[in-house]
Design a protein around this ligand. Structure first.
Ligand SMILES: C[S@@+](CC[C@H](N)C(=O)[O-])C[C@H]1O[C@@H](n2cnc3c(N)ncnc32)[C@H](O)[C@@H]1O
Length: 250
């Protein structure tokens, strides 16, 4: 089974300007993750965003929080985030190159932590949250772009039963001390408008690792397109889960 080389994926995405110039990503039943988080904020919170990438989507929260810190492991992403921040004239958010597994903030620094599509270290996140602090995450589920992974016989988390990561995260969160753990899932149709859009997706997303390296990849792609062509585009799906929880007040 081809493993995803995430470092390569993140570096390549940073070189090509980040994941998206768009501030919103409405590919779930609940719409955009940060828009959903916004409804749960009062405007007084100090917020940490883990895996913030080029920072555009996190900066969408700037008017709804007191202060924010966005961190990302990839230096190229933090460069982009700082540039985007200057262009947007945002002053209450800072960006820092930092690994989620090596959080160096003093304990009980944040009211809220957000993580969208990036790995989580629940123990460290718990420590960095104030008592009563809240944690929100959205993650890519195993059954994302399911027909595509089936067609290629490989893909991101293809060898894991759908629901495994959500279950694991709930267990890890509970062990770290989080309470009131609630989840929801979403799988909605996703249409690639053209073959080029699908090829662009392979370039940036880790969904089908090393697309094009295997002799048969282009043949499989043509068959996939013929089979899944529809008036709206080439049909696949977007599957995500959302988790929210809180640190007890003592
Ligand atoms: C798929 S992108 C998601 C970006 C952004 N949260 C969004 O939803 O648009 C994942 C990001 O997480 C970052 N990342 C991956 N592992 C990380 C870690 N251990 N600590 C901090 N950032 C990490 C990557 O560099 C990448 O920019």
């Amino acid at each position: 089974m081809a493993q995803v080389n995430y470092k390569k994926v993140y570096e390549r995405a940073a070189r090509s300007g980040g994941w998206s110039k768009k501030q919103l990503d409405k590919t779930t039943k609940w719409g955009d993750f940060y828009e959903l988080v916004k409804t749960k904020l009062q405007g007084t919170e100090v917020v940490l965003d883990i895996g913030t990438a080029e920072g555009n989507r996190f900066m969408g929260l700037s008017k709804h929080i007191k202060k924010g810190v966005g961190i990302d492991l990839e230096p190229g992403m933090i460069k982009l985030a700082n540039r985007n921040k200057r262009e947007a004239g945002i002053t209450n958010i800072t960006f820092k190159c930092l690994d989620a597994d090596k959080l160096d903030f003093p304990p009980e620094t944040f009211d809220v932590i957000t993580v969208k599509h990036s790995p989580i270290n629940f123990k460290d996140a718990f420590r960095a949250l104030k008592p009563g602090g809240r944690f929100f995450t959205q993650q890519v589920a195993e059954n994302d772009k399911w027909n595509l992974k089936k067609a290629f016989g490989r893909g991101q988390d293809y060898d894991r039963m759908p629901g495994t990561l959500l279950k694991l995260y709930k267990e890890q969160a509970g062990k770290a001390g989080f309470q009131k753990i609630k989840s929801r899932t979403s799988s909605i149709p996703h249409y690639f408008k053209s073959k080029q859009k699908l090829l662009d997706f392979f370039e940036k997303a880790p969904t089908i690792p090393e697309f094009g390296k295997h002799r048969k990849d282009y043949e499989i792609l043509e068959k996939f397109i013929a089979k899944n062509r529809s008036p709206q585009g080439i049909k696949s799906n977007t599957a995500r889960f959302f988790l929210e929880m809180s640190k007890p007040k003592y």
